[in-house]
Design a protein around this ligand. Structure first.
Ligand SMILES: [Zn+2]
Length: 523
């Protein structure tokens, strides 16, 4: 049966408790805006009583233009033996001025006795009175039952009583939390089902952590048990190993279990959402992340790609466009001819089977020498062009020279000379640089600039060097990868070179990258 599942995002609260994750207040507002556009129903902004940055977020929430999401403020039930009116945390929650309040309370008697150090009866009062306090003030109240599964396993009667207290206080949703991340999907499904049966008038939610790598599985199990709200974070950020990952849960629920979370058009922006949040959080996107990773639909094995050329779905569990990702063929020594033809198609090049065979042989030979083409697709593009007998390159290199000297009085300096042919013209230029590759790049640009002024916008954005057979000492092979960036169009591409001479390796990567810019600049 297809049901609407409500998404509750806690990236801005539980997610930022992950080691290495930090978001400024402005970044948090940007994430909230994006989550709303994506179709998330609840956005937990933070814990107003805990730190000034979270308090600032709530003070600035009016800057948000939300279409449908509701902002929630998070905090705990009142302190023992006091009243809500006298409790600083409760008052901070009220001042956050949000439509939704999420209250976390204890449901495991061990915590009641040894962490809160109070009696079980007082904990029930704390839950009921806190929920009721906010209901009387017109709030939607979500009750997060902390350690619910652990508590249920040792004392189910008491765990259920804590939910009863929240329900009697008027809670709109009872969320079962696997706070320590130790529950298994079958426990979660069974226990959730019992709660849903006993509290059939109140919505039930699931909040899982990923300590046993079951965060996503437990969230799905909760839904199978009848939960209608799922809490999690973007990319699974969170304390320890992280929270349940909404980026996987959403397509699983919608595409595999047939529930409704967001609109189809919104689901097709899942990949950009994941990368956007990574970028703001200063995290490197995980290429192997399910659904949204750069490699999630990449095909490397020759047999796979050959089959994909015939039937697209033969080696894919779904159409990647449904989540805004794309399929890719990876070219390497493990490739077959199909990978090359597939790649040529991606580049918009016309390659014959014979051309593909030649390029494949070159790739196998070069990878044997230390090249790697997996991340250097621009070099593959150039190889595919060069294999065509009628190909006229935009320039030909006749020779180059580079010297590094340390002269008394002047110190260390480097100079490069480059001789290239463009059409019938030979150009011979020289440049100084802060190192040999820099000097070569400047001399080459100087030689080409008169004919190709568009190269002004070409930048080298990264230069990576790796020593391959390091036990050969100074005779080891060096692999160089260069990232290029075309200002204006925003295009980026990578080339590769490998040689025992680092300058030769760099030169190959440099020439490929510049040639690629001239051939693809106006694409
Ligand atoms: Zn949590």
């Amino acid at each position: 049966m297809m049901t609407q599942i409500f998404l509750y995002d806690t990236t801005l609260r539980d997610g930022t408790q992950g080691e290495g994750i930090s978001l400024s207040c402005t970044d948090k507002l940007k994430v909230a805006q994006r989550l709303d556009a994506f179709g998330v129903h609840y956005i937990e902004g933070g814990w107003p009583g805990s730190n000034p940055k979270d308090a600032e977020f709530f003070a600035r929430q009016s800057e948000l233009e939300l279409k449908q999401a509701k902002i929630a403020a998070f905090g705990s039930t009142r302190y023992k033996n006091t009243t809500c009116a006298e409790d600083g945390n409760i008052q901070a929650l009220l001042e956050a001025n949000t439509p939704v309040i999420t209250l976390v309370g204890k449901s495991w008697d061990l915590h009641v006795h040894h962490v809160l150090e109070t009696d079980p009866e007082e904990n029930l009062n704390m839950i009921q009175e806190s929920v009721q306090y906010f209901k009387e003030r017109g709030k939607e109240v979500i009750f997060d039952a902390e350690h619910f599964f652990d508590g249920y396993k040792v004392n189910p009667d008491y765990a259920m009583l804590t939910l009863k207290a929240a329900q009697q206080g008027g809670a709109d949703c009872l969320v079962l939390c696997d706070t320590n991340g130790g529950a298994t999907p079958w426990e979660v499904e069974e226990i959730t089902r019992r709660v849903v049966t006993e509290f059939d008038e109140t919505q039930v939610g699931i909040h899982a952590h990923n300590d046993c790598e079951l965060g996503v599985a437990n969230s799905l199990a909760g839904v199978r048990g009848g939960a209608a709200q799922v809490q999690g974070t973007i990319n699974g950020y969170g304390e320890r190993v992280g929270n349940a990952n909404l980026i996987s849960i959403i397509p699983d629920l919608q595409l595999k279990l047939g529930h409704q979370c967001v609109g189809d058009e919104q689901l097709a922006t899942l990949t950009p959402l994941s990368r956007y949040v990574d970028e703001l959080a200063n995290m490197t996107p995980n290429g192997h992340q399910p659904f949204v990773g750069h490699s999630a639909f990449a095909h490397k094995g020759g047999i796979h790609v050959a089959a994909m050329l015939k039937v697209e779905e033969s080696y894919q569990h779904m159409d990647p466009q449904l989540v805004g990702n794309e399929k890719r063929a990876v070219v390497s020594e493990l490739s077959g001819r199909g990978n090359i033809l597939y790649k040529a198609n991606e580049f918009g090049l016309d390659a014959s089977r014979e051309d593909a065979k030649k390029v494949l042989e070159q790739i196998k030979e070069l990878e044997n020498q230390g090249y790697t083409f997996e991340g250097a697709e621009a070099s593959v593009d150039i190889m595919l062009r060069r294999v065509d007998e009628n190909y006229e390159p935009p320039f030909k290199v006749i020779d180059f020279m580079v010297i590094t000297e340390n002269r008394q009085g002047r110190g260390l300096f480097t100079e490069a000379t480059v001789k290239v042919q463009i059409g019938d013209e030979i150009r011979h230029t020289v440049a100084e640089g802060n190192g040999p590759v820099n000097a070569l790049n400047l001399a080459l640009r100087r030689a080409l600039h008169g004919h190709y002024p568009e190269l002004t916008h070409l930048h080298l954005s990264d230069y990576k060097v790796r020593i391959l057979d390091s036990d050969s000492g100074t005779a080891a092979t060096t692999r160089v990868m260069i990232d290029f960036h075309q200002a204006g169009s925003g295009q980026i591409w990578t080339t590769v070179g490998a040689h025992t001479n680092i300058i030769e390796a760099s030169w190959h990567a440099l020439i490929d990258g510049v040639e690629y810019a001239l051939l693809n600049g106006n694409r």
